[in-house]
Write a protein that binds this ligand. Structure first.
Ligand SMILES: [Zn+2]
Length: 358
């Protein structure tokens, strides 16, 4: 029986299957001429899943007071919580019971009955291993907005760092990114006027608090037009910025796509990953969340995380554009890392709207 790399979203597993260089037809997703993996013949992927499945207990082994809402079927947990497969729950059930066929024979209730993670209710375990300790994300947000801004104790920073390290992305000297400004006429702005604002006029944003100037750049001209919310008949100056040296940034766009199978190299185990999945998704969501009124207090949670990332010596933060589908933004902590090497002026001819009735 063959599965293929298209069945998986997880980069590690895809690399294993693609590395085999065997081409065939997948028995699960039906892909043809795909890189395939012979289930049963090769044990590599079975061993990876053995470690992951070990963290779950069937409902019969869980304490009687274990909340039912914290249990679910394996196929649903793998579909909803983990970004490992590109299959629907029933497809996941077929493939996981094939990959872990011996275990399915010995312990079918792990696959067919609700399962849960014992540590997810262990106060001491969570305090030590969860990014949010025993708090909810809302507790952190309320705390930092209304109680204790600079010495808030809701986040387990050591654990946050473990996962941030997995999302490091390098940018090479010479790379070109873009930044735009709406300008009053077709003459546009000069290169000197295209940089980040001075510290004392820097408004707070998603990644920077008021008074700390950083450089917000985007991956394309189009993304910048969306980011500055350019309107019809606006003149816009687009600056091209060239990176002056190699830099390492944290890609918060990828923070919830870390492969659970790289934990040995990065210092986390499957249980630690499992109890933090929701928090990592929340961080990725918050950094990319559209804010309608630019209420500066709403930026505090992401400013806190970005401030921590800067304190660890990284050069910036990358995140998905909220304004432009498929666009990406890079916020660079030290604006001088990029130099404006040229500008062009554009006249916005039309924009298209998409909307829902409320
Ligand atoms: Zn497949």
């Amino acid at each position: 029986m063959f599965c293929c790399s298209n069945c998986f979203a997880d980069a590690e597993i895809r690399a294993i299957i693609d590395g085999n260089k065997t081409i065939g037809t997948c028995d699960f997703c039906g892909s043809q001429n795909a890189h395939v993996y012979a289930i049963g013949k090769d044990q590599t992927i079975t061993e990876l899943f053995d470690g992951l499945l070990d963290i779950y207990s069937p409902i019969s082994d869980l304490p009687v007071n274990f909340p039912r809402e914290k249990t679910d079927l394996m196929k649903n947990i793998l579909y909803n919580n983990w970004r490992i497969f590109n299959l629907k729950p029933d497809g996941i059930y077929r493939i996981i019971t094939a990959i872990c066929a011996d275990r399915y024979k010995d312990q079918s209730e792990l696959f067919d009955n609700p399962i849960g993670i014992k540590q997810s209710l262990d106060h001491d375990y969570l305090e030590e291993n969860s990014i949010l300790k025993n708090n909810r994300w809302d507790d952190f947000v309320k705390g930092i907005k209304r109680k204790n801004r600079f010495h808030s104790d809701y986040i387990n920073k050591d654990k946050l760092f473990v996962f941030l390290r997995c999302a490091v992305k390098s940018h090479r000297k010479g790379e070109i990114l873009y930044r735009s400004r709406i300008c009053p006429n077709e003459k546009g702005f000069s290169r000197a006027e295209m940089g980040a604002p001075l510290d004392n006029s820097a408004k707070g944003g998603r990644v920077n608090p008021t008074g700390i100037s950083i450089l917000y750049l985007s991956d394309s001209k189009e993304t910048t037009l969306y980011e500055i919310r350019a309107g019809v008949y606006d003149y816009v100056t687009v600056g091209r910025f060239k990176l002056q040296r190699d830099i390492d940034v944290i890609s918060l766009a990828d923070i919830d796509r870390i492969s659970p199978f790289i934990g040995v190299a990065y210092g986390f185990d499957f249980t630690q990953y499992a109890i933090n999945i929701e928090h990592l998704k929340m961080i990725a969501h918050e950094i990319a969340k559209p804010l309608r009124n630019d209420n500066l207090l709403d930026y505090l949670p992401t400013q806190y995380i970005s401030d921590y990332i800067r304190s660890k010596g990284y050069d910036g933060i990358e995140y998905i554009s909220t304004m432009c589908r498929k666009g990406a933004n890079l916020a660079v902590f030290v604006p001088e890392l990029f130099k404006c090497i040229g500008t062009s002026v554009y006249d916005v001819k039309s924009i298209s709207y998409s909307y829902d009735q409320i």
